[in-house]
Design a protein around this ligand. Structure first.
Ligand code: ZN
Length: 318
């Protein structure tokens, strides 16, 4: 008998990443298609279904080869029926994703929030390998998060568990966040937040800085300047790791995780982020919590989503 495959789908606002993945988490084939956001995203499930059919035909396989589809979607997911009340990037409102995708593909479907799915991917095949209690945080344009306790994602009462990016870091006078609150961790520790802080420093401080020479500042340029010894850039990084360390330590004090996995574009700074982050984290962590935890970089990059989605399908559908 031929080996069965899981289908992992990572649904984003511009691209949909897909993969056929073996039961032990090996990517057999991966590909991506553009996200069709026309008609308020209504064509998305049909385009996923069509693409799966095309790939099966390309490899001369039939659908009975597939166990089911796991999919990470960009919004809070209702656990009961795999629907989303809202996914801003896709144009969805009250969208019964699981139901429609099951109808389109004639396969069973499991849906979870995309950041949670990425965390499951890191647990299964990435930096978390072996650990069952993890905090995962993705520092990109925004700050995403996933919390795994005893090997299970913390989904929460109505699908908004693990929203680490919206922990309040600046209780009074914080910058407005996309979620409608102010002072969220995301306004500080995302790429966007780092650039915002750098611009603020450039306006308020009069000292020389390498950053004054650039027209468009990016988070990477801030890290590069900090590495060159630029004082202003270093102050920005200090603020970022202070707030990130504080938020992660407070979460860790409640969860006592084995690993804290840091991913996303900003994490490409590597040791320049992780080393000061560890230093900022420790004084806020309960000593026994600090002893038990390791802060590590994510290892799956943008494959975490499809691998985590396949894990979801394996757990829920096989
Ligand atoms: Zn927020």
């Amino acid at each position: 008998m031929e080996e069965k495959w899981l289908v992992g789908v990572d649904l984003g606002g511009t691209t949909i990443k897909m993969a056929f993945i073996s039961m032990d988490g090996e990517i057999k084939h991966s590909w991506e298609i553009a996200t069709d956001t026309s008609e308020k995203g209504r064509q998305i499930p049909a385009s996923i279904s069509r693409s799966i059919d095309e790939k099966l035909a390309e490899f001369m396989k039939t659908k009975d080869r597939l166990i089911g589809i796991g999919i990470g979607a960009p919004g809070p997911v209702n656990e009961d029926d795999g629907s989303l009340e809202v996914a801003v990037n896709l144009g969805w409102e009250n969208f019964p994703l699981q139901e429609i995708l099951e109808r389109e593909t004639s396969l069973p479907v499991a849906v979870e929030n995309d950041a949670n799915v990425a965390a499951l991917g890191e647990m299964w095949k990435g930096a978390g390998n072996g650990a069952k209690n993890l905090l995962c945080v993705t520092l990109g344009t925004g700050v995403g998060g996933g919390i795994i306790v005893n090997g299970e994602i913390v989904h929460g009462t109505n699908g908004a568990g693990g929203e680490i990016g919206h922990i309040t870091s600046v209780p009074i006078g914080g910058a407005p966040c996309n979620c409608g609150k102010k002072g969220c961790l995301e306004t500080i520790a995302s790429a966007t937040g780092i650039v915002r802080l750098a611009k603020e420093e450039l306006l308020t401080a009069s000292e020389d800085s390498l950053l004054r020479d650039y027209k468009g500042i990016t988070a990477k340029l801030v890290f590069d300047a900090a590495k060159e010894g630029d004082k202003l850039a270093n102050r920005v990084i200090e603020q970022v790791v202070f707030h990130l360390g504080l938020a992660l330590a407070n979460l860790a004090n409640g969860l006592n995780p084995e690993k804290i996995v840091i991913g996303g574009g900003v994490s490409k700074a590597g040791g320049a982020l992780l080393e000061p982050l560890k230093t900022a984290f420790t004084p806020f962590a309960f000593p026994r919590v600090a002893q038990g935890v390791e802060i590590v970089p994510a290892t799956l990059g943008n494959q975490a989503g499809v691998i985590g989605a396949a894990w979801l399908a394996k757990q829920k559908l096989s």
